[in-house]
Design a protein around this ligand. Structure first.
Ligand SMILES: *Cc1c(COP(=O)(O)O)cnc(C)c1O
Length: 411
């Protein structure tokens, strides 16, 4: 069902990729609010069910509005990449109801009871809980290794032949740790593992994990891909087209984590400006990081685009630039964090990330409130740590708001 999708520019793919002509000639693909699809005859139904004729059957299995968003994301992840024989890389994407749902389909369609996954200690909180609390109940355990140390990773793989899947998240939420996808994927492949990357923070604008032979990429489309904070969604993208169309599609349908036409429409609409938004997000983030690094009220800035970040070299190797996410520590600990948040006049105090407007959150008083202090300090989440998803407002407004909120009156 893919249209003419051989565009040369990334932004052209954002705007036009995945669109197919529509029977009523609507300019944009409408929101197909229909749970089921009709057949002309019993014979045609048989052909569609057998897969001999393309066609939609039932909404949980697919929908034209969903198909457009899926194809657009598959094209963006494959943008400019080639198979070993030089032909353009083809990928298949499956849209999900959330990022967590996409991770579940990815894991459950690739490992079974008795097998293990290997991953890094710094992960998105939801993924961390899934791996620590849910999967062991299905007899799927996780081996946690520092992914910065390839010899430790190799030792773990040598020691346990039950490890069958590697889950990489880079840059990681919220610490912004970056790990080397090429080196990890090569090790994973050497031991016959399935290799998955959570590309939510980087997006295909900054980093394309399929360049390094990984098997799957997943996203929370809730974040930069939608970009407007109007939906919860996820996507799983795979390179083995046969497997994506058979066992992975089956798992997706049986788990029931499908997206819906309305949110797929919002996602497609958001994606049209994705390249442009990312350009501004990243340019603003670099300026914010440099401003904070010079500021006397700031203890430390964590931004991958600064030479001071411990993973700056890995970032330069695999990412276009330092991205749109950063965090910083205020001098004065927990109370300084709370006071800073309360003094903000423009930046939005909310969790999540990737929206047009700048979002800030004080981790110790929000996302990590329930985590014991010693444990969160271990993960680098200090008392005065502020996470910031830099928006696309004009930079002078962002800097002015930060300046007045960092510098308390009378200080
Ligand atoms: C938000 C997020 C998720 C989970 O996505 P949901 O859409 O909230 O289910 C997974 N991984 C990362 C890195 C995230 O930031």
């Amino acid at each position: 069902m893919a249209g003419k999708n051989n565009f040369s520019g990334f932004d052209t793919v954002c705007i036009r990729g995945g669109h197919t002509s529509e029977s009523n000639r609507a300019h944009l693909t409408p929101i197909y609010a229909s749970s089921t699809y009709t057949f002309d005859s019993a014979e045609q139904a048989i052909a569609v069910f057998k897969g001999e004729e393309e066609g939609y059957i039932y909404g949980r299995w697919g929908n034209p509005t969903i198909a457009e968003a899926e194809e657009k994301i598959a094209l963006l992840e494959a943008y400019g990449l080639k198979h070993k024989d030089g032909s353009p890389l083809k990928l298949k994407a499956l849209l999900h109801s959330s990022g967590m749902s996409a991770i579940c389909t990815m894991l459950l369609s690739n490992i079974k009871a008795g097998q293990k996954i290997i991953t890094h200690f710094s992960l998105y909180g939801g993924t961390h809980e899934l791996v620590e609390k849910i999967l062991p109940g299905l007899d799927i355990d996780a081996v946690i290794v520092d992914f910065h140390d390839m010899s430790k990773v190799e030792d773990a793989l040598k020691a346990d032949a039950n490890i069958r899947l590697m889950h990489i998240e880079t840059p990681a939420n919220p610490t912004l740790q970056c790990v080397d996808i090429e080196a990890l994927s090569a090790l994973g492949k050497k031991y016959g593992l399935t290799v998955c990357v959570d590309n939510t923070f980087a997006t295909p604008y900054l980093q394309q994990p399929f360049k390094y032979d990984v098997d799957y990429v997943m996203h929370s489309t809730t974040k930069f891909l939608n970009g407007h904070g109007t939906l919860i969604g996820g996507v799983m993208v795979g390179r083995d087209l046969e497997k994506m169309k058979s066992s992975v599609t089956k798992m997706h349908r049986m788990l029931g984590g499908n997206s819906n036409a309305f949110e797929a429409f919002l996602l497609t609409n958001g994606l049209r400006t994705f390249g442009l938004r990312m350009e501004r997000h990243c340019a603003n983030a670099q300026k914010v990081a440099e401003f904070l690094e010079r500021h006397t009220g700031i203890e430390k800035v964590n931004y991958l685009g600064l030479a001071s970040h411990p993973d700056h070299a890995i970032c330069k190797k695999q990412m276009r630039n330092g991205g749109a996410m950063l965090s910083f520590e205020l001098k004065g600990g927990f109370d300084a964090g709370v006071a800073f948040i309360n003094r903000l006049k423009m930046c939005t105090n909310a969790v999540s990330l990737g929206t047009c407007d700048t979002l800030v959150c004080h981790a110790a008083s929000t996302t990590h409130l329930g985590v014991p202090r010693e444990k969160r300090l271990e993960f680098g989440i200090t008392d005065g740590l502020i996470r910031m998803s830099v928006g696309i407002e004009n930079i002078e407004d962002i800097l002015q708001d930060l300046e007045q909120a960092i510098t308390a009156p009378g200080q």
